[in-house]
Write a protein that binds this ligand. Structure first.
Ligand code: NAD
Length: 497
């Protein structure tokens, strides 16, 4: 292993690779580790601990104890807010370091790591910090007094849901973790975070910053390991009150079934197959730029990636050819190189998955318009790929989530047809509609089965805007008031007087 990497300047021997359990940075109790790779080169960059069941148990017990700990249970909301703000300050101070770490470990473009993965994490922490002092319940008059004539007053409190097991994917490793940690801590919960096994480095450095911020021991714990061992142990642990997952629908279904066994609370942010719908009044150049960004951003490794493009017949060829041009001319390279437009996929395994989908597309008779191969270089690169399906026949690519830079484009005649096609999927995470006719846009938006519909934009998220899936894209909503409701339980206290 080299001590530094060519572009990043990161000293690999100084990486923080230990887990955070009960306020201490620890290796796995068994001493076992696994290897991380730089997706742009395939070279080894670090070895990180592989948590055992005993480590998961220690983290959960620490979180359980911290929940009862006076210094957390009785911490004033304003003090929780200050702690979260302090953590946001630390994140901001170390933004450059964290962004480089993410590019090294995940492969994303450095600009995306700076603006989205780390920049948005700071925003989300600050926004959720503000909620700590604004969580409130209700008071209710009772209409059914027993015995008649008795006076009652009910107070409805919102209390922390308890110990939260947060399990996140590898596409925006730090941001996906913060989407869960920030509201959970604002509500007074304690957290055990399990980042994806391919991309734990920013979460581990973040854990160290949380220690520096002064969170009491056990309030935030970070364990590292595979989904089937550490993740499953966390899901099945009896002392965890809630599991919140961002990941694939397949894993979400399994986790939902496990949680059902003990009626554990569960929130699931899962996969998507989001349609991008272009109406014929839309400027084709605007539509093509929007559609390209919707699918190729972060190499298509975005749950809301616009992976199905529907263009009204008149504009179809022009828009698809323009997206294909963008794909053909994209500069592939390391996320550290400012000239790079398309970075590597996260792992060898993900590259193989994506190439398998491309192969299936070709075999099923979709027309390959651009890309379609791995790039001829080290690292886990796949050419941005555009398929057209002008026959409208059902294809694997129109049904299944690829989670890579692969687009399938299809022409349509009228709005009835496109709404029907867009909704013809088990997923329902997001969609976008491109038109200058706001009336048509709103009518289409109303009828789409999707948790978020963007008009003349795609992939816009905000800490105050609820986010989540219809159908098999998930259960529950993140962000805004929805997140606060997700990490609190309602308790009614009924007083007779
Ligand atoms: P994944 O489902 O394979 O893994 C997600 C997380 O779950 C990882 O930390 C993994 O280790 C863990 N996991 C896997 N099996 C587990 C098990 N049996 N028990 C407990 N934990 C387990 O997903 P991925 O490949 O890391 O990420 C890609 C997926 O995430 C895509 O489907 C994408 O759409 C989805 N995603 C959804 C959103 C959203 O907000 N809806 C956002 C980003 C990504």
């Amino acid at each position: 292993m080299k001590s530094t990497t060519a572009f990043s300047g990161i000293d690999l021997s100084q990486l923080q690779t230990r887990m955070l359990i009960n306020g201490e940075l620890r290796n796995a109790s068994s001493g076992s580790t696994f290897t991380l790779h730089d997706p742009a080169t395939g070279q080894e960059i670090a070895r990180v601990p592989q948590a055992t069941n005993a480590d998961v148990d220690a983290a959960v017990q620490a979180a359980r104890t911290a929940l009862q700990n006076v210094s957390w249970r009785e911490m004033l909301p304003a003090a929780r807010e200050r702690l979260l703000q302090k953590l946001a300050d630390l994140l901001e101070r170390h933004a450059d370091e964290l962004a480089k770490l993410e590019t090294l470990n995940q492969g994303m473009l450095l600009g995306v790591a700076q603006a989205v993965d780390v920049g948005a994490s700071v925003q989300w922490l600050r926004y959720m910090a503000g909620w700590a002092t604004k969580i409130h319940g209700d008071s209710i008059d009772i209409s059914f007094p027993m015995p008649p004539g008795t006076k009652y007053q009910a107070i409805v409190r919102r209390q922390p849901v308890g110990v939260v097991g947060a399990i996140v994917p590898w596409n925006f490793p730090l941001l996906m973790a913060i989407w869960k940690i920030a509201p959970a801590l604002a509500c007074g919960c304690t957290v055990v975070l399990k980042p994806a096994s391919d991309t734990p480095l920013t979460a581990l450095r973040f854990a160290e910053l949380a220690l520096e911020a002064g969170f009491p021991p056990g309030v935030l714990n970070v364990i590292v390991g595979s989904g089937s061992t550490a993740g499953a142990a966390l899901v099945q642990h009896p002392d965890v009150n809630k599991i919140t997952l961002t990941g694939s629908t397949e894993v979400g279904v399994w986790i939902g079934q496990q949680c059902a066994n003990t009626v554990k609370r569960v929130a699931l942010e899962l996969g998507g197959k989001s349609p991008v719908i272009v109406l014929d009044d839309c400027d084709p150049a605007v539509a093509a730029a929007g559609a390209s960004a919707a699918i190729f951003f972060n190499q298509g490794q975005v749950c809301t990636a616009g992976s199905r493009l529907y263009v009204q017949k008149k504009q179809f060829e022009r828009v698809v050819e323009s997206v294909a041009d963008t794909a053909r001319n994209a500069v592939l390279g390391s996320g550290f190189d400012p000239a790079t437009q398309i970075g590597p996929l996260v792992s060898q395994r993900q590259r193989e998955n994506v190439l398998r989908f491309i192969d299936t597309g070709v075999k099923e008779g979709a027309q390959l318009v651009a890309g379609g191969t791995a790039a001829d270089r080290d690292g886990y690169f796949v050419q941005p790929t555009v398929f057209a399906n002008t026959t409208g026949r059902p294809l694997t690519l129109t049904r299944e989530e690829v989670f890579g830079p692969v687009l399938i484009a299809q022409p349509y005649d009228d709005l009835e047809e496109v709404v029907r096609e867009a909704n013809n999927t088990v997923y329902g995470l997001a969609a976008s509609v491109w038109t200058s006719n706001i009336s048509k846009a709103l009518r289409v938006a109303e009828r789409l089965d999707a948790g978020t519909v963007w008009i003349n934009s795609h992939n816009v998220v905000d800490p105050n805007m609820p986010f989540g899936g219809f159908k098999q894209s998930g259960i529950g909503r993140e962000h805004g008031r929805s997140a606060i409701e997700a990490y609190t339980e309602c308790k009614s206290i009924c007083i007779a007087y």
